[in-house]
Design a protein around this ligand. Structure first.
Ligand code: COA
Ligand code: NAP
Length: 268
């Protein structure tokens, strides 16, 4: 965790981060806290989320954690009420809980498909919907974590592709409906991010990782800090006129395969 960003950027603000016991979302929560926000983090595992909250309080910032499955709307409502009670009106919501695995469509049970839809898509709806009554209005910023699968079909990812496509549409629909209340709704679409559970599942070995990097215009995977910085900007007043946007933080991945001879740079 690097604490180099403006420590006052989110001073006085309250942030709620869903799916924050590990990986990208935990880094976002840490970024928000380092920038001055009070942060509530949730995920399914009581132990993991308590440990995640401790990484923030141990760094000298304000945080609380609660076990909460985003598929359970009543529990999500309870979590927001607790956040409001502890910290006051909520300025920033990050919805990033997700599940994924590689599986061919024909080898995937209906319940396997539904499980990912329920976590990623229904979970995002639950979190954003339940947040509404507790948001500071105007001025609140909602950010969901989507993925390139939302727009680029991918083998063995029919569940994640369908779920994240829905997350993009939730982002745009709520930006339209809630904009008049002064609420901004955006999403960040990470490319492959190193040192994450997501890429451990999708890129099972070094050869795959090397080939993957060779196809990306910027020729590398991103870092959790890259996503943290984008989410920090979207949550801040520096993005006050940004809503309904899907921000790619992906080294250009969404543009397509930039492998092969594309590496040749003409001499000047
Ligand atoms: N291939 C095919 N089917 C799979 C699978 C795989 N690799 N992993 C799970 N499933 C199926 C299960 O068999 C089950 O279907 P069934 O009832 O027809 O047998 C269904 O998916 C639900 O599995 P279950 O383990 O009960 O779900 P869960 O709610 O406990 O866990 C997961 C959700 C499956 C997404 C789990 O991988 C998880 O907790 N992931 C969170 C971390 C993560 O994915 N990080 C990356 C984020 S991008
Ligand atoms: P991760 O570490 O596994 O993060 C997923 C988080 O979601 C965990 O904290 C997990 O905690 C939580 N979670 C899972 N199911 C939940 C549920 N039902 N209710 C509440 N919380 C739940 O994975 P990651 O790779 O960092 O991914 C984070 C986000 O980035 C995801 O939205 C993913 O789709 C997106 N993304 C990742 C990449 C990448 O390269 N890694 C690329 C594009 C997009 P518990 O187990 O404690 O519940």
């Amino acid at each position: 965790m690097t604490d180099t960003f403006n420590p006052d950027l989110l001073a006085g603000k309250v942030a709620f981060v869903a799916g924050a016991s590990s990986g990208i979302n935990l880094r976002v929560a840490q970024r928000y806290a380092a920038a001055g926000a009070k942060v509530m983090v949730i995920s399914r595992s009581e132990d993991k989320i308590a440990a995640a909250a401790r990484t923030i309080t141990d760094a000298g910032h304000d945080a609380i954690g609660m076990a909460c499955d985003v598929r359970d709307y009543a529990k999500v409502v309870e979590a927001f009420a607790h956040c409001r009670d502890q910290f006051g009106e909520i300025d920033i919501v990050l919805s990033g809980a997700a599940g994924n695995f590689l599986a061919p469509a024909i080898g995937m049970s209906a319940n396997a498909f539904k499980t990912v839809i329920d976590i990623d898509l229904l979970g995002t709806f639950n979190v954003l919907h339940a947040s509404f009554q507790h948001l500071r209005k105007p001025g609140a910023s909602l950010v969901s974590i989507t993925a390139g699968q939302a727009v680029r079909p991918m083998m063995y990812q029919v569940h994640a592709c369908a779920a994240k496509a829905g997350v993009n549409q939730i982002t745009k629909c709520l930006a339209m409906e809630w904009g008049p209340a002064g609420i901004r709704v955006n999403a960040v679409s990470p490319g492959p991010i190193g040192d994450t559970e997501g890429m451990a599942r999708l890129a099972p070995n070094d050869d795959y990782a090397k080939a993957s990097k060779a196809r990306i215009p910027l020729r590398d995977w991103g870092t959790k800090d890259d996503i943290g910085d984008a989410c920090l900007w979207l949550a801040s007043d520096a993005a006050r006129y940004v809503s309904g946007a899907i921000i790619n933080v992906d080294g250009g991945s969404e543009l397509g395969d930039a492998g092969g001879d594309a590496l040749t740079v003409p001499e000047r």
